[in-house]
Design a protein. Structure first.
Length: 212
């Protein structure tokens, strides 16, 4: 562990993530007095605490490695498809909730860079469309039957907007105002209202500030 830490600390890479699958991996980066010493930009994920073993599983991968791989394959990706070290750990920690083995996470990084980019739920261009229907993040928007392709009164431009609204709902960026109505088709048929939940408002702010 000391050799790995020395190599990481001498690296010119500004941020690095170390994932260790071994018993007692929580001791990584600790001095003899159990004080953690890690250089700037270094992040560690270990499969177990400093005093516990790491368990195998009946599958080809271990109890720890299986959710790590799933996280990297997109399970821990955000709306834009970015997978960060912190999101990998959150995914793994939740996956091991019922196990006695607890993963560990140590970080001395000043920023959270993506460790992998997966297919996004919404592209940046699609995220910018949020402000089209919701000029203000607190606004509501009521689609009508003209937005639904299967109706006799469907309008092409509005159908395109409604198609994007459905994708935004799947990504958690948009929801009906009525909590009992989750189907956007029903919302459009009755001209009910939709709104931006917290995640939608979060990305609305990014778009408004031209960060996306």
């Amino acid at each position: 562990m000391n050799e790995i830490q020395t190599m990481a600390q001498s690296s010119k890479v500004p941020t690095n993530t170390i994932i260790i699958e071994s018993c007692n991996s929580g001791a990584f980066g600790e001095s003899a007095q159990q004080v953690t010493t890690m250089s700037d930009g270094m992040t560690l994920m270990g499969s177990s605490t400093r005093d516990r073993a790491s368990m195998m599983s009946p599958n080809s991968m271990s109890v720890f490695s299986s959710p790590v791989v799933a996280a990297l394959e997109g399970g821990a990706a955000n709306t834009r498809g970015h997978v960060s070290a912190s999101s990998i750990y959150a995914y793994v920690d939740a996956s091991l909730g019922e196990w006695s083995q607890r993963p560990i996470y140590k970080s001395h990084a000043k920023r959270v860079d993506p460790r992998r980019n997966c297919a996004p739920q919404c592209t940046d261009m699609e995220l910018r469309e949020i402000v089209t229907c919701f000029l203000d993040p607190k606004d509501t928007y009521a689609p009508s039957q003209e937005h639904e392709e299967t109706t006799d009164v469907a309008v092409g431009d509005k159908f395109t907007v409604f198609k994007q609204m459905k994708k935004s709902q799947t990504a958690g960026l948009l929801s009906p105002v009525d909590p009992n109505q989750m189907d956007l088709y029903g919302v459009a048929m009755s001209s009910e209202k939709t709104r931006l939940p917290e995640l939608g408002r979060f990305y609305h702010a990014f778009v408004t500030n031209r960060n996306i």
